[in-house]
Design a protein around this ligand. Structure first.
Ligand code: ZN
Length: 413
């Protein structure tokens, strides 16, 4: 066996094994190899295992000197493209103002929509670039990025074009999702908006391959279940994956709809009821939880512990967005999932790697096995658990994406 590159001096090589999402107790099933080697051929993993079992040759060898290696993280839920900021909202809220006060003062999500709609494409890309860099520095090699602050068709397309353009600026793999975020304020305009989404926006996004999935916000104050069903059905007819923001504040049937339609993931779940936990059992739909929102808004955390105990496959994302989760670190999202959602360290790692990959319908990353992409992290520490233990410092020393080390990782730009 001949490798291009041999990574040696790995104190612990840590990974889940086997294709598909890990459910329930399988989320603790990590394989840890001491004194390990990873052999890389082009962009892929050629071999992994105990250093004493390696008998091949390599063109180049890098000795890590006794640090842990885990699969690169996957952030399955971000809104990393937006314009403007919500600092005044944050200041007002933490000074005692309620949501209605903030809306009256011109804040809230509609202020982000106004700023995003009015931003030039170049400005959207320039503002998103350092956010993507921060997420990569935190360990994510694959990042999902949603539209949803454009509202109107042209502005939604501009957001997705910005994601396409961002691919030129980062070594990370960016997956774009069309998010149908909020309905028109006038009730009588809702049905016309849904027709526009189904007859114009989704077909155009599919034709130009601007996104691989469609997401919809199902909530009393957003889209209702029958409206979501129409839009998600249209997405499926155009060959796009589907996912939902659901059960964040209320239960209006979004979770049942998503699982019934075979959604890749149902995300949020803070208001998930005990009777709903078992809906994820033996399903391909991943339960994606977003602890940054619970921390930032002070809302109850999703029942991550109970979901896993009931047999769900749980993933974790940052939900990076200006209003409810200004969390620029995928590693920190995992650290928060341990504290706020009751995951163990092993469950958090699986939630942020193989399960997050499955939430994006990716099966070539998220594990360290021969034939998969060589997407992995070198941690600062010899013990992989520092990844989810550390708060406020970056536990990630190196990010490797498709067999290449991301340069200048420690230099914020
Ligand atoms: Zn979100």
């Amino acid at each position: 066996m001949t490798a291009d590159l041999l990574i040696t001096g790995i104190s612990q090589l840590v990974t889940a094994r086997g294709r598909g999402p890990k459910h329930g107790i399988a989320m603790r099933d990590l394989h840890i190899t001491g004194d390990a080697i990873v052999a890389i051929q082009r962009s892929k993993i050629l071999w992994t295992g105990d250093s004493k079992a390696w008998s091949g040759t390599a063109s180049q060898t890098i000795d890590l000197g006794g640090r842990a290696v885990v699969p690169a993280l996957i952030d399955p839920h971000t809104h990393a493209v937006w314009a403007g900021d919500r600092l005044a909202d944050f200041d007002a809220r933490t000074s005692g103002a309620n949501y209605e006060d903030i809306l009256r003062a011109g804040g809230g999500i509609r202020s982000t929509i106004a700023a995003t709609v009015n931003a030039s494409p170049e400005s959207l890309i320039d503002q998103a670039t350092p956010r993507i860099e921060a997420i990569v520095r935190s360990g994510a090699a694959t990042i999902e990025v949603k539209s949803g602050y454009g509202f109107e068709t042209a502005a939604e397309l501009r957001m997705l074009e910005a994601v396409a353009e961002l691919r030129q600026r980062t070594p990370a793999r960016l997956l774009a999702t069309l998010l149908i975020h909020i309905p028109p304020t006038q009730p009588e305009a809702r049905s016309a908006y849904i027709v526009e989404v189904c007859e114009s926006l989704i077909p155009e996004v599919a034709r130009r391959q601007l996104a691989s999935a469609v997401d919809i916000f199902v909530e009393q104050e957003a889209f209702h279940t029958h409206e979501a069903a129409t839009i998600l059905h249209c997405a499926q007819q155009h060959g796009l994956g589907i996912k939902l923001h659901s059960e964040q504040f209320q239960r209006i049937g979004g979770l049942e709809l998503g699982i019934g339609m075979g959604a890749l993931s149902v995300d949020h779940l803070e208001a998930c009821a005990p009777a709903q936990l078992s809906l994820f059992v033996n399903r391909g739909t991943v339960a994606t939880i977003l602890p940054g929102v619970s921390l930032h808004l002070g809302i109850p955390a999703a029942p991550g512990r109970n979901l896993i105990d009931a047999g769900a496959a749980v993933a974790v994302g940052t939900d990076l967005n200006p209003g409810s989760s200004p969390l620029f670190s995928t590693a920190a999202a995992l650290a928060l999932a341990v504290r706020l959602n009751g995951l163990t360290a092993a469950e958090a790692l699986i939630a942020g790697t193989v399960n997050a990959a499955c939430a994006l319908d990716l099966h070539d990353t998220g594990r360290l096995e021969p034939g998969l992409r060589a997407d992995f992290l070198v941690l600062q520490s010899p013990d992989w658990r520092d990844l989810v233990y550390t708060l406020g410092a970056n536990p990630v020393a190196e990010v490797w994406i498709a067999g290449n080390r991301v340069p200048n990782l420690t230099e914020p730009s």
